[in-house]
Design a binder for this molecule. Structure first.
Ligand code: HXC
Ligand code: NAP
Length: 290
């Protein structure tokens, strides 16, 4: 299957968006679609060379406007500077997409406190830093706006081996829902997306190292039998930040092919049982009530 772009042409025309971690992976794919829909996009992360390359490629491919800015989301002053540069270039900002993240798999007892910090600082502190800086600006300017946070399905289930990420994403989820209530009166919506596995270099090199690939095939855990396509996520993100979603506030949309529920349902592993075995078991079980 090849997912098609979903929204009408011009659905994001006139909007300016800041996308953290927009130079690579899912951020880049979402940015591409936002540009195709008419938005101006600021992309930020730590590596300016990566951002500049992405900006040039996407401007060529889409004809849209991209401003690449080096900004470490852990540093509040760098976010304020990014906001000012955005206002200087585009005059306003309408959307914040908190997408930047850091992650690696490890048994928790092997982590140093610094290893824990490095993940929670990028994911939780980075998201609240950006949200606070933009929120203050929007409230002062009396400007309606929207925030979209990329979390994960284990933000609410938790997950072993990625505990700092799970803690941080759970915090971002709590922030999403809290601000949906508190800031709606200022015209600021706050939503989140919880993606299941979507192949990216960033995630795959850190979370599914080669040695694991043969032992644990992540596709086997996904009822629809495949990974997500970037365009599918981009479609959902574009909808949630667009005015079509003006009444959607405080929602977290899961897009994982049914993966997390499959892991949770008591009998879902019975998928492995062949028809002949069902026949035999049915014979054995039926009539036991008499
Ligand atoms: C244990 C580790 C470790 C590991 C690093 N550390 N890797 N500990 N196991 N595998 C420890 C180090 O020893 C150090 O602590 C501390 O972490 C910080 O190390 P640094 O050298 O500063 O970090 P570095 O390893 O260079 O980088 C870590 C990172 C980097 C900052 C997180 O990988 C990064 O920039 N990531 C950004 C992109 C990313 O992670 N993308 C994936 C997102 S995917 P000490 O005490 O020894 O100094 C995602 C998807 C989830 O979130 C859902 C998928 C289905
Ligand atoms: P990715 O390409 O590695 O994206 C992470 C981005 O964050 C990078 O562009 C990185 O750029 C940026 N970043 C890291 N630290 C930063 C910092 N301190 N300041 C600013 N930017 C920083 O991985 P991805 O798979 O596309 O992940 C994107 C988002 O989707 C993340 O929130 C991730 O948790 C989420 N997600 C992904 C999956 C998946 O299957 N891929 C599943 C669920 C959720 P620099 O290195 O240049 O800073």
């Amino acid at each position: 299957m090849k997912a098609e772009p979903m929204l009408k042409d011009g659905a994001l025309q006139g909007k300016t968006m800041i996308v953290t971690g927009g130079g690579t992976g899912l951020g880049r794919s979402m940015v591409k679609y936002f540009l195709e829909l008419g938005a101006n996009v600021v992309i930020c992360s730590r590596k300016l060379d990566v951002l500049e390359k992405t900006a040039n490629e996407l401007m060529q491919e889409t004809g849209g406007h991209v401003l690449p800015i080096a900004c470490d989301v852990r540093k509040y002053n760098e976010i304020e500077a990014m906001l000012q540069a955005t206002l200087d270039k585009f005059g306003k900002v309408d959307v914040l997409l908190n997408n930047a993240a850091g992650n690696f798999v490890s048994p928790t007892e092997r982590l140093s406190h610094k290893a824990f910090d490095v993940i929670t600082d990028i994911v939780l502190k980075g998201s609240y830093n950006c949200t606070l800086a933009l929120g203050k600006h929007w409230i002062e300017q009396k400007q309606p706006a929207t925030i979209l946070n990329i979390v994960t399905t284990y933000a609410w289930t938790g997950s072993g081996y990625v505990v700092p990420s799970a803690c941080a994403k759970a915090g971002v989820l709590a922030m999403t829902r809290s601000l949906a209530s508190e800031w709606a009166k200022y015209g600021i919506r706050s939503n989140a997306i919880a993606p299941g596995p979507f192949p990216t270099e960033g995630a795959w090199t850190r979370l599914f190292p080669k040695q694991l690939a043969d032992k644990l095939d992540p596709v086997k855990r996904i009822p629809v039998g495949r990974f997500g396509e970037h365009q599918e996520l981009a479609n959902l993100a574009a909808y949630l930040v667009s005015d079509y979603a003006a009444f959607v506030n405080g929602e977290v949309v899961t897009i994982d092919g049914g993966e997390w529920l499959y892991g949770a349902g008591e009998f879902n592993a019975f998928d492995l049982i062949p028809q002949e075995m069902w026949d035999a078991m049915e014979k054995q079980m039926r009539g036991k009530g008499q």
